[in-house]
Design a binder for this molecule. Structure first.
Ligand code: FAD
Length: 464
């Protein structure tokens, strides 16, 4: 590259921030990077509130340690010492209004050890026998994508799906297991079935879950940062060259010119770019390129809404404490909350001594209206449900309700094919324009960071 090329990153969530940071690291003086963010702050869905000694996450609370890009990014921006593993402990599933311990040795709800599963009160003898059929049931190879529900129901039966797998997966995707794509969410489960003839056998061979000795502590799978995940946003932002970020400015439209692009901004100005990374949700990308039909398939990808409420108490308010880190709720329970994290136990640094911090979610796909209830109503719903298992005698000292409208993109069956088709067309019609972020190839923070980094590699390749 000879003259400086102009790269515009649209969207300052973790995908866009990573992209801007890595471009400045890798592209050095050959590229001029601008990041345009609609809101007055960076971080997108990552939002931390620091209040009265509590660290409260409004959005994501951690990331999977196994996927290395988030840890690497934190290390690179100087946060190595702030990385914190989750406190491990028993987690529970609420089925038919009763808390059941998660059977030990289960991996995303799939049993890898027989004994804990046999003794679990989560399933009837028939349900257990049906799940065991996974060990002998023939495999089915398919050319097309299938739903998570179809796949797991065929292998393990309805009970394991409804009482274990679906509440766990709903906690991640906030969607319907019978609509979500296996290929776009957990493709390795299909590979395990094909390679080992059984999910249980495949997981026993390939994971360490079943190999822990008796009494050995559960390894922590998640990481956060002391001071909250927003510390990552602040640290990455501080590494960007001065003048990189334009906040409070929305991209309205993108036009292709001969060998570059015009980006129309909400303040009426036009920014020019040789290459663009669109690190925004799919519906925002589609609006910016509304003149092109090939983004229409994004309309198949709806996004569900959820709300969460963080509630702070004095320890004395919890009359019946449960040893553990939290629970998820099965759909066949009367509860309106879908999950509760005992945050003070999962993340001890988040809470001052002598206090308790609980975070509950509402907003099943069949109960979307609850997201727009008033703060008081959401707190009341959460306390009513919690009191069925915990006995909380006092109102919270304070509570923080966060609503996330249309924020959980649903990777429905066929998602990957649709996305591949859109990206191929994008390259033909708009060379040098790339997509990255939670709407596309993985919603977890490490997936979004991976996508930001992958987009940078494509941009540099395109420009050279
Ligand atoms: P976003 O964070 O959505 O950022 C996109 C940015 O683009 C926003 O800042 C937005 O303002 C901006 N933008 C939009 N339109 C325009 C425009 N026209 N012009 C300019 N800017 C625009 N993942 C985990 O790994 N662990 C968790 O514990 C976890 N929990 C979650 C809990 C909740 C409640 C939610 C909602 C998500 C959770 N996730 C979790 C998922 C993860 O947080 C997201 O997938 C990820 O943060 C998305 O990052 P992103 O950069 O792709 O998008």
């Amino acid at each position: 590259m000879t003259e400086q090329k102009r790269v515009v990153v649209i969207g300052g969530g973790i995908a866009g921030l990573t992209a801007a940071y890595r471009l400045q690291q890798n592209g050095a003086q050959d590229v001029n990077v601008q990041l345009v963010e609609a809101s007055e702050r960076l971080g997108g869905k990552i939002q931390t509130v620091r209040k009265d000694g509590f660290t409260i996450e409004r959005g994501p609370d951690s990331f999977l340690a196994r996927k290395e890009s988030a840890t690497r990014l934190a290390n690179d921006v100087g946060l190595k010492d702030k990385l914190t593993p989750n406190g491990t402990g028993q987690s529970y599933i609420l089925v038919n209004n009763k808390l059941h311990p998660m059977p030990s040795g289960s991996y995303m709800g799939i049993p890898t050890r027989i004994r804990p599963f046999l003794f679990s009160g989560l399933f009837s003898p028939l349900g257990k026998a049906r799940a065991a059929m996974d060990l002998i049931k023939s495999t089915k190879s398919v050319d097309e994508d299938q739903s998570l529900g179809l796949f797991f129901r065929r292998r393990l039966g309805n009970q394991v799906v409804e009482n274990l797998i679906e509440p766990l997966l709903s906690g991640i995707y906030a969607g319907s297991i019978d609509e979500l794509s296996l290929e776009a969410t957990f493709p390795h489960f299909y590979d395990l079935e094909q390679e080992h003839g059984s999910l249980i056998k495949g997981l026993r061979k390939t994971t360490t879950v079943s190999k822990r000795k008796k009494g050995e502590k559960k390894p922590s799978m998640f990481r956060t940062l002391q001071g909250g995940l927003e510390s990552l946003v602040e640290a990455v932002e501080s590494k960007l060259e001065p003048g990189t970020v334009l906040k409070g400015t929305k991209v309205d439209h993108i036009e292709r010119k001969q060998d570059h692009y015009h980006i129309m901004l909400s303040d009426g100005s036009v920014m020019e770019a040789d290459s663009i990374i669109m690190a925004v949700p799919h519906f925002a990308a589609q609006r910016m390129l509304s003149q092109y039909d090939f983004l229409e398939p994004f309309k198949e990808t709806n996004a569900t809404s959820v709300a969460n409420v963080a509630m702070a108490f004095d320890e004395s308010a919890i009359k019946k404490d449960i040893d553990g880190t939290g629970f998820v709720v099965s759909r066949n329970s009367d509860f309106r909350i879908t999950a509760c994290t005992w945050t003070h136990k999962k993340w001890p640094n988040s809470t001052p001594d002598g206090k308790v911090l609980l975070r509950c979610y509402v907003g099943k796909p069949t109960d979307q209206e609850v997201v727009d209830y008033s703060d008081e109503e959401i707190v009341e719903i959460a306390l009513k449900d919690l009191n069925q298992t915990m006995n909380i005698t006092e109102k919270p000292e304070f509570s923080i309700v966060t609503r996330w409208h249309d924020s959980m993109p649903q990777y429905k069956v066929g998602h990957k094919d649709r996305l591949n088709g859109i990206e191929e067309q994008l390259q033909r019609e708009l060379p040098g324009v790339y997509l990255a972020g939670g709407s596309y190839r993985g919603i977890g923070l490490p997936d979004c960071i991976d996508q930001g980094e992958a987009a940078v590699a494509k941009v540099l390749n395109y420009l050279s």
